[in-house]
Design a protein around this ligand. Structure first.
Ligand SMILES: *Cc1c(COP(=O)(O)O)cnc(C)c1O
Ligand SMILES: [Zn+2]
Length: 412
């Protein structure tokens, strides 16, 4: 009989401990995040890559490589299979022949966090979770609260007071319990940690349950499928907790093991903000773990993570693929955001804009070559960040336009 999922077990990348997948798990007894293993040998015998191409255009088309074992537990809003858009003008501007944007603006909740939430909430439902709790900078909390509402799971979300109001509203409307903390996501995390201990709740914090990464991994599967099972040369990812980058790395390795993609893995690039760059600092010093970044601050709140639980996994993925880590300041991010809208018609989020600013800089230094195929992740929609855009008053419409309107293009 064909299986919906070829999940085999959970394993600890630090101490090698293994666990089953039919009961609830958080981190390993040693404190490390747990990762999912699949029976790829068996899967190889039963599934052909061409089969995926015939299925619905959601991330569930990859269900054999996802952790949900019974289809009935899938909680979906149609997430996944976002476009891989060629950016010829911007590529030209940076002198790169093949520049693509994987555009996660086109996904439920407006950010790629929907992928982690869809798979994480579905698996939580499967293992009998009735109530979950998590800290957030905004986008993840909104996605998990909404998917939890669809699944009939109670969600409790703790977020910094100065996280975006839009996320607060999304969480409130979903019916979740919302708590605000005067501090950073790390402070929200401490409150969640205590609640988990005191009330024995399911902890859905980044990498404290093993399945969010499996959802984010599908970005890597889609990029490979959309490039016809060829690998790009470079993939850039705006890195906070780094789950997306770890996920893409995991996905490409699984595809390699299945024999569905060949050749060298793309060089993976972690892009951070100069206001919060613990991974960049660690990479520059050749370290395998990061140090807590004090007083972090950036308009790209999705990557404002001072210390990530999976930092060693992010750094491993960078080292193993000859990638790099680079920090971008807020001003360059916003400038690039305008450029992408202006040249390509895409209103992207500041985190996504950081990846383009990074490509520009890495191309200038020669780290990225002109003939390379480069994929940047735009992790969310620009319209989720209404308050960070500053345009000069003159651009916001001319006075009394109705009486003075005349065509700008007057013929050749
Ligand atoms: C959360 C988030 C990120 C960072 O994702 P990680 O996988 O945690 O590194 C990037 N961009 C946006 C828009 C986000 O919401
Ligand atoms: Zn362990």
């Amino acid at each position: 009989m064909l299986k919906f999922s070829y999940i085999s077990h959970l394993y600890c990348p630090k101490c090698g401990n293994t666990f089953g997948t039919s009961e609830q798990h958080q981190v390993c007894t040693c404190g490390s995040p747990l990762l999912v293993t699949y029976d790829l040998e068996k899967m190889k015998k039963n599934v052909a890559p061409g089969e995926w191409g015939t299925r619905e255009l959601t991330l569930w088309r990859y269900h054999e490589l996802l952790p949900v074992e019974e289809e009935i537990n899938v909680v979906s809003l149609g997430e996944g299979m976002t476009p891989l858009i060629p950016l010829r003008k911007l590529g030209n501007d940076m002198s790169i022949g093949s520049l693509y944007m994987k555009d996660e603006a086109l996904i439920p909740t407006g950010t790629f966090k929907a992928r982690g939430a869809a798979v994480g909430v579905s698996k939580a439902k499967e293992v009998g979770v009735k109530e979950l709790v998590m800290p957030t900078n905004g986008n993840a909390g909104a996605a998990w609260a909404l998917y939890a509402a669809r699944a009939g799971i109670i969600a409790t979300i703790v977020m910094p007071t100065d996280a975006p109001k839009i996320n607060r509203n999304e969480i409130a409307l979903s019916g979740a319990n919302l708590y605000l903390v005067n501090g950073l996501i790390s402070d929200a995390g401490k409150i969640v940690g205590k609640a988990v201990k005191d009330y024995n709740l399911y902890d859905a914090s980044t990498l404290k349950e093993p399945y969010r990464i499996e959802g984010k991994k599908t970005m890597g599967l889609e990029i490979a499928e959309q490039l016809n099972w060829n690998m790009p040369d470079v993939i850039l990812y705006p890195t906070g907790g780094g789950v997306g980058l770890i996920g893409i790395y995991k996905a490409l390795n699984e595809l390699k093991e299945l024999g569905w993609v060949k050749g060298k893995l793309p060089r993976l690039v972690a892009v951070q903000s100069t206001g919060c760059a613990p991974i960049v600092e660690a990479w520059e010093e050749g370290k395998h773990e990061s140090v807590f970044w004090k007083n972090s601050e950036t308009v790209a709140f999705g990557i404002n993570v001072p210390k990530a639980l999976g930092d060693f996994l992010v750094l491993d993925a960078i080292y193993n693929t000859d990638g790099c880590a680079i920090a971008i300041d807020d001003e360059s991010m916003l400038k690039e955001q305008e450029k992408v809208a202006n040249m390509e018609g895409c209103f992207i989020c500041p985190e996504g804009a950081a990846t383009f600013a990074a490509i520009r800089s890495l191309r200038e230094s020669g780290w990225v070559g002109q003939d390379e195929t480069v994929v940047a992740l735009n992790t969310g929609a620009g319209i989720k960040y209404p308050d960070i855009i500053e345009v000069s008053p003159g651009m916001l419409g001319k006075e009394d336009s109705i009486n003075k309107l005349e065509p700008v293009y007057k013929g050749d």
